[in-house]
Write a protein that binds this ligand. Structure first.
Ligand SMILES: C[S@@+](CC[C@H](N)C(=O)[O-])C[C@H]1O[C@@H](n2cnc3c(N)ncnc32)[C@H](O)[C@@H]1O
Length: 267
């Protein structure tokens, strides 16, 4: 099992996909439907594409979708997408957001008016890239009509964040929550945005003992099993027991893992 498997296992154990798709339908779809221009959509980091495919169908039904493109820098996910999820209907670019933004500025790509990022913007550098991209578009592209960006990340109130805080406290170096940093960075751009809470997201972890080969620990640490094998074994054992102790506080086997969504208006 590696990071890819742990994401698939997590998606199967949670209602994340349906929560994200519902939020998109409630807060973005009617807005983009009212655009005078056709919709040019960019989904950044689709991973297995489970959300992307559903949203693609919704956008197609508007009759206004002119272009759909995903940026997926991971070769494994691209293979997965091409073989299983997308059926060649969506253009797949092997680019990071950083590289794409440079190429778009150079004129190699038509600027999209709908950008989605589901659980992608977790690092400081990606937060910086995204905010520069959105703010830069606002200044440079007077000719473009309105554009919308939907970014979803874990809420700071998620059990995952609490678990990661506890892992940090025992010396396991994991990033905690990007929510506050992302919110502040977007506020500094002066772009108009609205925040939504996805409070009903749940994840089933079961009531049995967690082990180091379960998906939960690699998922929390964003490390593959191979990378975890290189961690000091006493730290792995302490991390497993830390997670196990936390799960005792959730005897029904469910974690509450709310997200936040920011809808940013740019041009
Ligand atoms: C946690 S997965 C989320 C996958 C999917 N959006 C979902 O919600 O199920 C993060 C995704 O972001 C992609 N990613 C990571 N860094 C990226 C970057 N710099 N630019 C674009 N995509 C990136 C990864 O390859 C992966 O597909």
């Amino acid at each position: 099992m590696d990071w890819h498997d742990s994401l698939l296992d997590y998606l199967a154990a949670s209602n994340e996909d349906s929560c994200a798709i519902r939020l998109f339908s409630e807060v973005v779809l009617s807005e983009v439907r009212s655009y005078r221009e056709s919709i040019s959509w960019l989904d950044v980091g689709p991973g297995p594409g489970t959300k992307t495919v559903e949203i693609y169908r919704m956008l197609q039904e508007t009759g206004k979708l002119a272009r759909a493109c995903v940026l997926e820098p991971s070769r494994d996910w691209r293979r997965f997408l091409q073989a299983r999820a997308l059926n060649g209907e969506i253009q797949v670019c092997p680019l990071t957001l950083q590289r794409y933004a440079e190429l778009e500025r150079r004129g190699d790509y038509v600027p999209p008016n709908l950008v989605t990022l589901f659980h992608v913007v977790y690092s400081k550098s990606l937060i910086r890239t995204l905010t520069h991209y959105l703010a830069g578009r606002c200044v440079n592209e007077d000719k473009l009509g309105p554009a919308t960006c939907l970014v979803i990340v874990e809420s700071e109130h998620s059990d995952f964040c609490e678990l990661r805080r506890r892992l940090v406290s025992i010396g396991c170096p994991v990033p905690v929550s990007p929510a506050e940093r992302l919110r502040n960075a977007i506020r500094r751009t002066n772009l108009k945005f609205e925040e939504y809470r996805v409070d009903d997201k749940r994840c089933w972890v079961g009531t049995r003992e967690v082990s180091k080969s379960d998906w939960l620990l690699p998922f929390l640490t964003a490390l593959s099993i191979r990378e975890m094998a290189r961690m000091p074994q006493d730290l792995v054992a302490r991390s497993v027991s830390c997670v196990h102790e936390f799960l005792k506080e959730r005897p029904d086997g469910y974690l509450c893992v709310p997200d936040i969504a920011l809808k940013v208006h740019f041009r």
